[in-house]
Design a protein around this ligand. Sequence first.
Ligand SMILES: CCCCCCCCCCCCCC(=O)SCCNC(=O)CCNC(=O)[C@H](O)C(C)(C)COP(=O)(O)OP(=O)(O)OC[C@H]1O[C@@H](n2cnc3c(N)ncnc32)[C@H](O)[C@@H]1OP(=O)(O)O
Length: 230
Amino acid sequence: VEEFPPSGSNGVTLRCRSRVKSSCPIQSKDYALPNSSWSQGMMDLYSRFLEMCKDGTWKRIPSYSNSVDHIPGKAFWESLKLMSEKERKDTRLFPRNMDTEGVGFEYAMFLNPSEKRMVCLFQPGPYLEGPSGFAHGGSTATIIDSTIGSCATFVAGRVMTANLSINYRNPIPLGSVVLVDSKVDQVEGRKVFLSCHVRSIDGQTLHAEATALFIRLDSTKSLQQQMSCQ
Ligand SMILES: CCCCCCCCCCCCCC(=O)SCCNC(=O)CCNC(=O)[C@H](O)C(C)(C)COP(=O)(O)OP(=O)(O)OC[C@H]1O[C@@H](n2cnc3c(N)ncnc32)[C@H](O)[C@@H]1OP(=O)(O)O
């Protein structure tokens, strides 16, 4: 599956099946690109990580409105048989379920393959409120689960969350920018153990820390292996 124009252009990536010259590109919007709702802090952090992608240490991870749209190559097309085009249109990845920019989850992920590490730049919008002016604990759990889940997926293939344990240390102000920093600590057979910290962008405030257990669903190759054989 080739993506063009490069997803860093106008946020819409045409995904065409290059090998069989499909004439029906699946149009997927990449939500992990800057938009007018991003604060200067979010833009600065994003630019910093884009810079670190130049030598290949980090990779920016595109983000679409459906899980299946993230699976490149054969698996992607096979998964389509599981869901009709209509069903896919009727479902949305939870953190991508708001159409108005800036009101919900504004985020972008970057992967460091050699460190088995996924970070997520997260700017919670006003519709994620829990305590007045601060992010709901469930929204923090969602962005942690998504970041850790994406990390586990890249390292170990298709996984499901079996356990997620979070300690909330300091509330996250709505509209602020935090860095969700996750890594794979250990893989034991089907069990993938991960940990994660959520910090303010200046690193001074620890908002939350988590551990998780994900279970591999089958012996598929990791997404990273699938991507590398594209
Ligand atoms: C950008 C990157 C691309 C990604 C796409 C974008 C979206 C992705 C991001 C979004 C990501 C979002 C992700 C989501 O939100 S996933 C949605 C939330 N999670 C679920 O709904 C999972 C529900 N549970 C299950 O399906 C099953 O229980 C699973 C599959 C997890 C295991 O059932 P299965 O029958 O298959 O296996 P098993 O029961 O033999 O267990 C196997 C082993 O594991 C041990 N064990 C099991 N559970 C626990 C536990 N709680 N604590 C400690 N240990 C536990 C168990 O003792 C055994 O150990 P052992 O006896 O072998 O030693």
